[in-house]
Design a protein around this ligand. Sequence first.
Ligand SMILES: *Cc1c(COP(=O)(O)O)cnc(C)c1O
Length: 383
Amino acid sequence: MSVVDRVAAPPAHRLAEIFVDRRAIAQNVQHFAWATQTPIMAVVKADGFGHGDVAEIALANGATWIGVATIPEALRLRAQGIAAPILSWLNPIDADWESAIAHRVDVAVTSLEQLYAVGDAARPETGPARIHLHLDVGMSRDGAPSDIWSALCVAARALEDAGRVRVIGIMGHLSVADDPTSTQNDVERLRFVNGVRVAHARGLAPSELHLAATAGALHRPDARFTLSRVGAGLYGIDPAGIAPLIPALTLTAPVAQLRRVAANVGVGYGHDYTTREATTLAVLPIGYGDGLPRAAQGSAEVTIRGRRYPVVGRISMDQIVVDVGDAAVELGDVALVMGPGSRHEPTAKEWATWSNTIEHELVTRLGVRSSRVLRTADARWAR
Ligand SMILES: *Cc1c(COP(=O)(O)O)cnc(C)c1O
């Protein structure tokens, strides 16, 4: 068996890289503003769904609010100079309410305990805490259960009178918006409308009413109210798979090693794959430690020089092996692992299908170790 090894030269840029196409994010935000005719809250939680700092791009292209899950995420944005209204909606009872109030971070409130905690943190010099009462309209996840809603509204009104909170908004979150025709959306929308009615009857006058996230904003005009909280859509993901959004993320990895092997050679841990004939194997320095899903084994492909090749054997922590056959692939060629699909590369949607997950999870998990380049994708990876 003749095995020829060609080992890569010392690292110039031997790393996987993530490119974030700022133009795509800009165009996606513009699409939402145009298609919904509703103010947009750009949801940038979890490091912008793995895309890095995108709040500024979103605000420059029509978003007027920023949404995050946690107060630390919101404070980080304030430290970066983001001045737009920011809402944090997943706040533990002992959250840093003082900092949130001091930095004008709006917080969602789902219980009386939370309401009193945030009200207690308000100081005369900072003014009242800005809160959004969050009603659970059907997810049975976060949000106030309907049986405490009236009491929550009454207590919030009392704290408003005491100058401790200001109810800026009322929010809900749809559970099956990715299926726009489901009647469950009608049920949940009605619960939201009733919740708003109860709040008004208890003396609250919130200016912001928001129920829709990406799928609701796109496909359920009746769920838009005064504001749409758009996360996935910013990055090019439509959970319903209908809207013409542009995936913003491209993941590349250079060919770090090429190896000619004979037929009947086992590849990778467990020898799950055996070569059928003599072929060339290319090693890419990216694996599940970088967020590639191990479950994509057996289906995954990458694109090199415009052609698709199968990822063979197990996906390791740091590397994958690609069977490139007899193709003229060279060391240093840049493989497109994932992208918008415009260069025959696999999309996040394909990777999600291969690994039985959703695009959201895939893009959010990428990049622990990859270097991220936040700029318009350019010719560097387009060869
Ligand atoms: C994550 C999240 C969003 C954004 O949802 P997308 O479907 O990604 O647009 C909106 N609202 C809440 C409460 C969320 O947790």
